[in-house]
Design a protein around this ligand. Structure first.
Ligand SMILES: Cc1cc2nc3c(=O)[nH]c(=O)nc-3n(C[C@H](O)[C@H](O)[C@H](O)COP(=O)(O)O)c2cc1C
Length: 162
């Protein structure tokens, strides 16, 4: 590697984190920080890195978008047949990491994943843009596809149905 990675550094100047200033309930602080990330127009403020573990104990990560927060539950939507979906069905332990670089802040959350109700899933699905709904129906998430043309063909066929 030609780039001097060790030499890349920045000063963190945005202020500290004082225990005395933190609310007892960390979710209140999360709400505030998320709102501040949105207000600061950071890129993808709701993006969160999701870690899951395979049946043989190997971790993997990917980014999803937070789509709800209720009673301390962080809600995202994905394909149950995706790699993460299958891993969570086998082992529900999960961790989430939000990173708002522009604000020099990060939040890590560990817990157990559960499925939202079918009603809640359907409500979310219905409010997605038309093309996103078609895309979700036709793309076999985490599976290899033959080529882009095959996916586009499926898109056109599925769009014609609806
Ligand atoms: C900014 C961003 C947002 C994403 N949001 C989602 C999402 O909300 N749900 C989802 O299933 N995949 C989302 N993806 C795609 C995932 O990162 C991932 O590639 C996909 O879900 C397959 O992951 P898996 O094979 O590990 O299950 C997003 C990707 C990016 C870059």
């Amino acid at each position: 590697m030609k780039i001097n990675l060790a030499g890349i550094r920045q000063e963190y100047t945005k202020g500290g984190l004082r225990e005395s200033e933190l609310p007892d309930n960390p979710l209140l602080l999360f709400d505030r920080w998320l709102q501040e990330a949105i207000d600061a127009k950071v890129n993808e403020p709701t993006a969160v890195i999701v870690s899951t573990v395979s049946a043989d104990g190997k971790p993997s990560t990917r980014t999803v978008l937070l789509k709800g927060l209720s009673d301390g539950k962080f809600i995202f939507y994905t394909n149950y047949d995706s790699r993460k979906g299958k891993q969570l069905a086998h082992n529900p332990f999960i961790s989430l990491s939000f990173v708002w670089h522009e604000l020099e802040r990060q939040v890590h959350i560990e817990g157990k994943a559960t499925k939202v109700s079918p009603k809640e899933s359907d409500e979310y699905f219905r409010q997605r843009p038309y093309k996103s709904r078609i895309g979700a129906r036709i793309s076999p998430q985490s599976q290899p596809i033959a080529n882009r043309m095959q996916l586009m063909r499926r898109f056109v066929q599925e769009a014609a149905r609806w």
